[in-house]
Design a protein around this ligand. Structure first.
Ligand SMILES: NC(=O)c1ccc[n+]([C@@H]2O[C@H](COP(=O)([O-])OP(=O)(O)OC[C@H]3O[C@@H](n4cnc5c(N)ncnc54)[C@H](O)[C@@H]3O)[C@@H](O)[C@H]2O)c1
Length: 373
């Protein structure tokens, strides 16, 4: 070998080989499963994966998902993740699995804790078994920020001990632990993405599985008063669905996270429900005060004192839009609900470091887009 020219090291050769594999994978059509692909987040994720040229199999039992949301280019398997024998054959030859199917809300889980344990725990175990047996490259699991419960400090970091305030939050955490255990025990790659209050087009607007933004926008569109739970001071970190979809795709591609990694996916800014209502009310001038009074009488809830007291209202630093709306009876305060954490706010530095993920859509912009549509 000529002087000055060094022999290529093994590390360099391996790095080059990995780089070439990555390039090949980049342009390859992948075979993917999205469980819960007929649901709110899963349908958006499916659309993006298909747009990128991949083959997607949706596994969904349509319990909360909708047929109309299923991408026509996806293969749809109507099946229940609680039935391993029914779902397992579809995992053959699959590269990556996005596991979103779940009974995904707090309140119904408090009323009846059995179904969320069956779906979110047994169902997740089945998805992991099927993925392991078919040698899937990675399972990307949809976890929940509700597993933090009430912590002493903010922002919420992945290293914090979990705390559970509802069966739902516990089942979602058990799902993370199943992923972690399968990674350690069987070597299957997994990553758990803890979402913080996801919103966007297709979110459920009615029924027990509706989310707060969905409910507010529905009430707005029907010219009904906005119903704020409790005193409206609980705070949430709202994350746009398109940012959550991006996180999933980055998590599929990323080689940086270790097996069983848990990563926060949240916008990193918190808003009280009162503030959220103010932003939404700002776009609206159309609420019937008669309906508001009727609703208040029907719920029988005694609203916070600042509704009647202008001075307290400013003392609690309510947005002027909300103060006016309260006076004009455009909002109704209804009884607080159990199981809700006081505050959520994501520390998303790990997502940035490991996935190169950052939120791109502010709540104000996301809401404007939703209302304009
Ligand atoms: N939306 C949020 O704010 C949020 C926050 C944190 C975590 N997550 C998680 O994200 C995931 C998706 O949530 P989403 O908001 O899109 O909910 P969603 O209810 O719209 O979607 C869930 C989907 O799973 C399907 N499903 C339910 N049980 C099933 C079963 N037994 N077998 C097969 N399919 C079944 C439903 O039909 C539905 O299509 C869930 O795992 C949820 O826990 C959501």
């Amino acid at each position: 070998m000529a002087r000055g020219l060094s022999r290529p090291s093994i590390i360099n050769t391996r790095t080059a080989r990995n780089f070439i594999y990555k390039l090949m994978e980049k342009n390859k059509t992948l075979k993917l499963i999205v469980t819960g692909g007929a649901g709110f987040i899963g349908s958006h994720l499916t659309d993006k994966l298909i747009e990128a040229g991949h083959d997607v199999i949706i596994i969904d039992n349509l319990s909360t998902g909708k047929k109309s949301q299923i991408n026509k280019k996806a293969k749809f398997v109507k099946a229940d993740i609680r039935e391993l024998t029914k779902i397992k054959p579809h995992f053959k030859g699959v590269d990556y699995v996005f596991h979103l199917a779940a009974l995904a809300r707090i309140q119904p889980s408090i009323i009846n804790p059995v179904p969320p344990f069956e779906v979110n725990v047994q169902g997740t175990l089945n998805v992991l078994i099927a993925s392991r047996d078919s040698k899937v490259k990675k399972v990307i699991y949809s976890a929940s920020s509700s597993s933090y419960g009430d912590q002493k400090s903010l922002p919420l970091k992945e290293s914090m001990m979990p705390g559970f305030k509802s069966p739902y939050s516990l089942t979602k955490y058990v799902g993370e632990e199943i992923c972690n255990l399968f990674s350690k025990l069987y070597g299957i790659k997994t990553v758990s993405l803890r979402y913080f209050n996801v919103y966007g087009p297709r979110q459920l607007t009615t029924g027990a599985y509706a989310t707060v933004i969905g409910i507010f926008l529905k009430q707005l569109s029907q010219k009904r008063p906005i119903t704020i739970v409790g005193d409206g001071t609980i705070e949430r970190d709202f994350t746009h669905v398109s940012d959550v979809v991006k996180a999933n795709i980055l998590a599929m591609k990323s080689g940086k996270s270790k097996n069983g990694e848990v990563i926060n996916i949240g916008a990193g800014k918190k808003y009280s429900i009162n503030k959220l209502a103010s932003i939404i009310l700002d776009f609206s001038k159309t609420v019937s005060s008669k309906e508001t009074e009727l609703q208040a009488r029907l719920t029988g809830y005694v609203p916070p004192s600042y509704i009647h007291n202008k001075q307290t209202a400013s003392a609690t630093r309510l947005d002027p839009v909300l103060v006016t709306a309260i006076k004009e009876k455009k909002v109704v305060f209804i009884a607080p609900r159990p199981g809700e954490t006081r505050q959520t706010l994501a520390d998303h530095s790990k997502a940035k470091k490991l996935l190169g993920w950052e939120p791109t859509i502010t709540l104000e912009r996301g809401l404007k887009d939703l209302i304009n549509k």
